[in-house]
Design a protein around this ligand. Structure first.
Ligand code: URA
Length: 237
């Protein structure tokens, strides 16, 4: 039974601070299962308790999942002393939920990034063993050719000798390409294409498993994933 302090539960699902909430609880504005509770440290079961603040039910969700259209110039990290991170794009009341990005996109890479506070989910999505394909749109200095496609199919060996799993490469009519990988090594897509003499000039992630970036999200915008979208992430190759 997941027990947590009443003030903490409320602070995770409202924009109010812990100190504001302590006062509000002491004033008698909060009830748990129909009984007014005036002690902020009162323990509640976050799965089953019906918590009301000023008569309105407060819904507590243990985990949350967002899709972010990551803009260029922002770090895929939770906090940084000098630079803006993807978590800085979220308002204070959501930051309180201990959000973090699922994997990393380079500072200059744009597109789909899942933001969550569910560590097990993140681990599954990142792990190559889950066989979840991540699809990227890459612009290269010169277009890829059939030999590059075959090399990706066989599994690229990077400049430092690292062997990559077989990956998909598709030429697009405008000279750019789509890359499909199941792993997330450091600068992987850029290094794979560089190893073929095709340096990347722009990179955007379009999808993770069956989850596609919502074209309606402008760079820097995010929204919650629906139940269906969340399940679609697990789609294997
Ligand atoms: N591969 C890269 O090279 N960079 C990214 O940001 C993601 C995948």
């Amino acid at each position: 039974m997941p027990l947590m302090r009443l003030d903490r539960l409320l602070s995770e699902c409202t924009a109010l601070s812990r100190s504001q909430l302590r006062q509000i609880i002491k004033n008698g504005s909060v009830s748990v299962d129909g009984i007014v509770i005036t002690s902020p440290e009162h323990k509640v079961c976050s799965d089953t308790a019906r918590v009301e603040l000023d008569g309105k039910t407060v819904s507590y969700e243990k985990f949350c999942y967002y899709m972010l259209n990551k803009p260029a110039g922002i770090l895929s990290a939770t906090d940084d002393k000098k630079q803006k991170t993807v978590i800085d794009l979220f308002p204070a009341e959501l930051k309180k939920k201990n959000l973090f990005p699922v994997g990393r996109l380079d500072k200059d890479t744009t597109g789909l990034l899942i933001i969550t506070n569910d560590g097990d989910f993140a681990h599954r999505v990142i792990s190559p063993r889950s066989e979840i394909v991540k699809t990227y749109h890459a612009v290269t200095e010169t277009p890829v050719n059939d030999a590059d496609i075959e090399a990706f199919r066989q599994g690229i060996v990077l400049a430092d000798g690292t062997k990559c799993l077989p990956a998909g490469l598709e030429k697009l009519p405008d000279g750019s390409c789509l890359v499909r990988v199941m792993e997330g090594k450091y600068h992987q897509v850029k290094r794979m294409l560089a190893s073929r003499g095709k340096p990347v000039t722009a990179l955007m992630r379009l999808s993770i498993g069956g989850l596609e970036l919502d074209k309606g999200l402008l760079p820097g915008q995010f929204r919650q994933l629906s139940e269906k979208e969340l399940c679609s992430v697990n789609k294997k190759k």
